[in-house]
Design a protein around this ligand. Structure first.
Ligand code: ATP
Ligand code: MG
Ligand code: MG
Ligand code: MG
Length: 566
């Protein structure tokens, strides 16, 4: 590969900012904007500037290398998609408000792909006809579109974002298990190389369907997932998934909504007792009826919480409207709160430890994030039925070893699913088997948040001075700073050229009329791992090398510096 040319700050389109952008709430958002990596174009829609593009491309390259290594083949499918396949699988409706739907000039329905199971299934149906054509793993790295209810966290939650999505197609369950295991290992390689700290957690398959699913969660304050971590064994699970671990104690399946009789005075306690789970349970996905009319539901296709009806029904004193912001930084309130998840919004019913037992919050993650507060189940509404249950509190016993669980926030950076035959059934994907009879194909789908990973790395590695990239993703290996006038600039450019000739990726701050102090601050903010300064002792050919992470400094001759950095 040809050596990259020296990147001069004097020519680089990257304006650093002293102040945090007014709308920024999370660290990665603040720093990526301030350091000139990204610009906001609209809510949840971002432009990547040259420095950001370098980091994004590095993440993309690592993902591509690890996908290629498991034999996955890269393709590129459109983002603008026809309605029909999504209609066939039911997702045109099930996806709810998160799906960007649009019409063409003839009135035909289209969508912007939020994930591509349908289209890949059809591609394989078209291309693979015999058992000899399988197994196959296909992937793409492409913009995805989701009309997220809360695009507040900068690059972490875009409405347009970059995802690596891959899909495996196998004849038998064992084949699927193998494709899944390959992805699981590839994801570990990817996230290790990205320098991320992460846990692999059992997750619900949710509306994606299918059996087994695991999430890769990167612990961070800014994360919107709450996960339970056992300090004693390897158990880690999304709080949602624990419902499946602990659900009805006799091991029976959760009954369908209609089959659950309504307790006389439904409270969290009676409902919990009914399901055989602890009273600390967070009961999710309730159907809440007021005067016989459903006002809050958590079942696919019908997720709206009609706040007018809630307000009309409850005495004003009993209802206080709060916004999702009330949850931020209040782990005591968010126990069990699970944000808007995958496919559409959910209603979550949360026991609030500060108020009388049985008092609940109804949190409807609908577009406006209005929630009814201090509403008492049984007194204020009739709880009709529920479809699943989440049970977690800090200190609850680990399902594996009994040790008290820790609850932590994390960013979902990847997700792997064994889908099974859901999509193949809906779209009739068969290949001819060895015996000449058609065999229904079994599938997996696997996602890495490529743009989200950039922000997740920023969240985990930044310090009080700014970004601090791990080597493999950094926009350059060395940031050479000309801290002075002509002499320093000449030396800085000379060293930069020599480093570049040796294959080192170099950013050089050769800006005229910018003080050394500003250049140092910018270098720290931009976060390249090594900072090489041509300063006071440039006349003697002495440079200062600073490690961005540790802050350690060392004086070196030009030759020593080059030897050290190549
Ligand atoms: P979340 O729970 O954060 O909404 P998800 O479960 O809906 O994510 P998946 O459908 O599992 O997401 O998509 C695969 C991966 O794509 C996720 O693990 C995440 O890394 C990334 N991703 C999902 N939504 C976004 C988004 N709005 N912005 C950036 N990355 C995203
Ligand atoms: Mg999720
Ligand atoms: Mg989602
Ligand atoms: Mg997911």
């Amino acid at each position: 590969m040809a050596n990259a040319p020296v990147q001069r700050m004097s020519q680089l389109m990257a304006k650093t900012l002293r102040d945090d952008p007014a709308d920024a709430e999370v660290l990665s958002h603040k720093l990526l904007v301030r350091a000139g990596y990204v610009r906001r174009t609209a809510a949840g829609i971002w432009s990547w500037l040259p420095l950001g593009m370098k980091v994004l491309s590095n993440v993309e390259r690592i993902v591509r290398e690890e996908m290629d290594a498991i034999g996955a083949q890269q393709v590129s499918l459109p983002a603008l998609l026809p309605r029909e396949p999504y209609e066939a699988t039911g997702r045109w409706d099930e996806y709810g408000q998160e799906l960007f739907r649009l019409k063409d000039r003839k009135g035909g329905d289209y969508l912007l792909g939020p994930t591509h199971e349908e289209i890949f299934t059809l591609l394989v149906k078209d291309q693979c006809t015999s058992y000899k054509d399988l197994p196959v793993i296909l992937y793409q790295i492409q913009s995805k579109f989701r009309d997220e209810a809360r695009p507040r966290a900068g690059i972490l939650r875009g409405r347009e974002f970059l995802m690596k999505d891959s899909y495996s197609f196998d004849l038998e369950d064992e084949g699927l298990a193998k494709s899944y295991a390959l992805h699981r290992q590839a994801y570990q390689n990817i996230f290790d190389r990205l320098g991320l700290d992460y846990r692999i957690c059992a997750a619900t398959a949710g509306a994606m369907g299918g059996s087994k699913s695991e999430e890769f969660l990167a612990p961070a304050e800014a994360g919107e997932d709450l996960f339970a971590d056992c300090p004693n064994c390897d158990f880690a699970a999304n709080t949602e998934a624990i419902a499946y671990e602990l659900k009805p104690v006799d091991g029976s399946a959760v009954p369908a909504a209609e089959e659950i009789p309504t307790p006389d005075t439904p409270t969290i306690e009676t409902l919990a007792a009914h399901l055989g789970v602890p009273a600390s349970a967070t009961l999710k996905n309730l159907l809440v009826k007021v005067d016989g009319e459903i006002i809050a539901v958590g079942v696919p296709g019908d997720r709206e919480v009609d706040m007018d009806k809630v307000e009309a029904h409850f005495a004003p004193a009993a209802v206080e409207l709060v916004t999702a912001e009330d949850f931020v930084g209040r782990p005591d309130l968010v126990r069990g709160y699970v944000g808007p998840q995958g496919l559409g919004e959910k209603v979550t019913y949360i026991a609030d430890p500060r108020v009388a037992p049985g008092t609940a919050w109804i949190t409807g993650a609908n577009k406006e994030h209005t929630h009814a507060k201090n509403v008492v189940a049984g007194r204020d509404f009739e709880v009709d039925a529920y479809v699943d249950v989440v049970v977690v509190q800090e200190g609850d016993p680990c399902p594996k070893c009994g040790t008290g669980l820790k609850l932590d926030r994390a960013i979902e950076i990847g997700h792997i699913f064994q889908l099974g035959r859901k999509y193949a059934d809906a779209l009739k994907l068969d290949v001819l088997g060895q015996n000449g009879k058609p065999v229904r194909v079994t599938m997996g789908s696997y996602g890495v948040g490529v743009s989200r990973a950039v922000a997740a790395i920023a969240e985990q590695t930044a310090d009080e001075h700014g970004l601090c990239w791990p080597k493999e993703v950094a926009p350059a290996d060395v940031h050479v700073v000309a801290a002075g006038k002509a002499l320093q600039t000449e030396l800085a450019l000379d060293v930069a050229e020599k480093l570049a000739a040796a294959g080192v990726r170099v950013l050089v701050d050769d800006r005229a009329g910018v003080s050394p102090g500003v250049k140092f601050t910018d270098a720290e903010l931009i976060g390249v791992p090594q900072i090489l300064v041509a300063g006071r002792r440039s006349g003697e050919g002495v440079l200062e090398l600073k490690d961005r992470r540790t802050g350690e400094r060392e004086e070196l001759s030009v030759e020593e510096a080059i030897a050290r950095l190549t």
